[in-house]
Design a protein around this ligand. Structure first.
Ligand SMILES: *Cc1c(COP(=O)(O)O)cnc(C)c1O
Length: 396
């Protein structure tokens, strides 16, 4: 690997200099008002990014996976039933975590490359007259396949059935990069991490709890200690944690929220969409297909690109690392060897994206695929020239 090149994995993402500096702090007393001046603005910033007025935001020294566990262990009891679709590696892992926690999972098997089947959720919820289903799990952006799902449709399925189940949304690879509406979608727990849209090093689980989810913490029976949001809430009231917080990362999170909110959330989403469209234009020019089955499912944060039958897509990823010092994502689970992934989220410019497209093109040609050099780059250049980034307010 070369530290000069951007990474094109779908997280951890490239860290802007400003955020690296913000994370690099002298030691402070983490039970002091000074710490509160970092913690509380960071929580308020996250709440704005979630588009919520009322969510309780909790930040753990952990990763997105710890955020999943926070959602489950604080609201559910052993034997509770949850509804989840499996359409990729990340939804699969969350289901696996539910099962290991002694929950009963009604799994809707969904082809990888498809979005969450809100219509199936609607049927299952409507048939659950006894309200045995306590929570519905939804992976907003399936990072393994580059598929975005319609969370508003999942909320509509719950509402149509007048069903009281909690709605948990994995937004690890969407929040802070793609439209996310905690309040409007009636989300009860939103989960993310520091190392994707927030452009920080890994190390924080970031969750938002609705008031309804907070109420569920009083009756939930699953054991929890490290991820207990009630302990966290008590700590926050005293500018502290129940244990030692990741102070530097929290300072970075505060700064990341400032950066994102200064740019404007709609501008952040539009930037991700433009960059992603450039990548997708290149993929079309290569004559390759995305794993995502239709344009309404295309993720603006990651593209999973199918390679021809008989070709091992993972070779592209190893070759890029070994020969050009560039990181792409491999295919995971069912699509291992069939796709490679270009992550295009976080701190990225048109020119950085073009370098990734150029590198992927070189690798595919080196490995014998019939990809004319410059085909994808040229198509993406045309797209970026025709759809330029808006003028910057100030140099970033
Ligand atoms: C990255 C990711 C996770 C896992 O997060 P970690 O921070 O690696 O624990 C979960 N869900 C999705 C959709 C992701 O992209």
């Amino acid at each position: 690997m070369s530290f000069q090149n951007p990474v094109f994995i779908p997280g951890p993402t490239n860290i802007p200099e400003r955020l690296r500096k913000a994370c690099d702090m002298p030691t402070i007393d983490h039970r002091s008002p000074l710490f509160g001046q970092i913690l509380h603005p960071a929580r308020a910033g996250v709440r704005k990014i979630l588009k919520s007025e009322t969510a309780e935001v909790f930040i753990f020294p952990s990763t997105g996976t710890g955020g999943w566990e926070t959602a489950l262990s604080n609201t559910l009891s052993a034997g509770d039933k949850v509804l989840a679709a499996r359409n990729g590696m990340f939804s699969h892992r969350w289901i696996d975590m539910c099962q290991r926690h002694g929950l009963t999972v009604e799994i809707v098997e969904t082809p990888w490359g498809q979005g969450l089947p809100a219509d199936r959720y609607a049927e299952i919820l409507a048939a659950d007259h006894a309200h045995e289903i306590k929570a519905v799990l939804a992976t907003h952006n399936e990072t393994a396949t580059g598929v975005k799902s319609d969370i508003a449709a999942v909320r509509a399925a719950l509402d149509a059935a007048n069903h009281p189940a909690l709605l948990f949304v994995d937004g690890v690879s969407s929040i802070a990069s793609m439209e996310f509406r905690f309040d409007d979608w009636g989300v009860d727990v939103a989960v993310t991490g520091s190392q994707k849209g927030f452009m920080l090093p890994p190390g924080l689980a970031i969750v938002g709890f609705s008031q309804k989810a907070m109420q569920a913490t009083a009756t939930a029976g699953l054991p929890r200690t490290f991820f207990d949001v009630r302990d966290m809430e008590k700590g926050y009231a005293n500018n502290a944690y129940p244990y030692t917080p990741a102070v530097g990362l929290l300072n970075g999170l505060n700064e990341a929220c400032t950066m994102l909110l200064d740019e404007g959330l709609e501008a952040v989403f539009a930037r991700h969409h433009r960059i992603a469209e450039g990548v997708r234009t290149a993929v079309r020019a290569w004559g390759l297909e995305l794993c995502a089955a239709s344009p309404d499912l295309y993720s603006d944060t990651v593209s999973a690109i199918c390679t021809p039958e008989g070709f091992n897509a993972t070779d592209i990823v190893s070759h890029a690392a070994n020969t050009y010092g560039v990181a792409f994502g491999t295919g995971l689970g069912e699509v291992a060897g069939k796709v490679f992934r270009i992550g295009h989220l976080g701190s990225l410019t048109d020119v950085m994206a073009l370098s990734g497209i150029a590198c992927a093109e070189m690798c595919m040609a080196d490995l014998g695929l019939d990809i004319p050099q410059g085909s994808g780059v040229g198509a993406a250049q045309d797209y970026y020239r025709a759809n330029p980034a808006p003028a910057k307010k100030a140099a970033a």
